[in-house]
Design a protein around this ligand. Sequence first.
Ligand code: SF4
Ligand code: ZN
Ligand code: ZN
Length: 327
Amino acid sequence: MVLCDVCGLRSARVFQAHTGLRLCGECFVESVRSRVWGEVEKWGLIEPGDSVLLAVSGGKDSYVMLESLALRYKVSRLIGLSIIEGIPGYNREDDVRALVEFARSCGVDVIVTSVKDYTGLSVYEMVREARFKGLVESACTFCGLSRRHIMDYYARMLGVSKIATAHNLDDEVQTLVINILRGDIVGVTKIHPLAPHPKGGVRRVKPLRKIYEWETATYAMLRGFKFQETECMFIEENPTLRAKVRVALYELERDHPGLLLRFLEYFDEILRGNLRLSESMEPTTTCSRCGALTTRGRTLCKLCELLEKIDLKEPSYARLRLNLSIK
Ligand code: SF4
Ligand code: ZN
Ligand code: ZN
């Protein structure tokens, strides 16, 4: 029996390749939590007085984020938001129920809403309309823009100071590499935890940005979480560049454990001096239809513009516009 390299008491169950340690379940879970808290404290992702909207899908990452934050920060200042996309077989009701119950056991309430309630159409219905009209927009474009809009709306309606999403290290490095490959310097700086957010907007934070995806999966398995495991039927519509970058990064990490982590840490340091770039290049105004924040020079926000292409000119959320205007 191989003993845990940290406690030396229990048998090792997990090989943490990027540290070279063999850990028991308890020490592995503790290692993930302490790195989440370390990242939060290093960059002030959650500060005293903050209230935080946790975007929780019901997947493994959202369970890990919920538990690790609830153990450390005031649960009365955390609130969950779960958005049902409306995609057949995905985000099933029992998954959402399990998530809400788990959050409650952590002391965190979760608001459950849906893309259909918010816009008038589910993601599946949007895609069906788009296909009917011969539009090329992917399901992920409809889904991603809708979810961002909903998150921003609830964050501002509830008056929270931060939105936390459960993006893990793999997600973060993929986005960074894609932006580098595209030469999108503003996109690169935007992933920094201290990147300025648009005036009137709510700052987004990613507490799991230094945790590998395999670690969130292992944490969830060791803790016995009943997280959502079904894949979205539109998964292949994720942009092809991201799929290729993901495969390449997995291979690099497999051959050089810790490479992704060091890459992100390197960019965190060298970007510190360039963060004003993302601020100066993204002035904001409000959408003439719904009042949501959007980039200066636009009349409609990206979601209103997208929905107009499928003839949804009066989405349900447009009626909420007074709550969305710049403070
Ligand atoms: Fe939404 Fe695309 Fe993810 Fe499916 S794969 S949940 S459509 S972003
Ligand atoms: Zn141990
Ligand atoms: Zn709009």
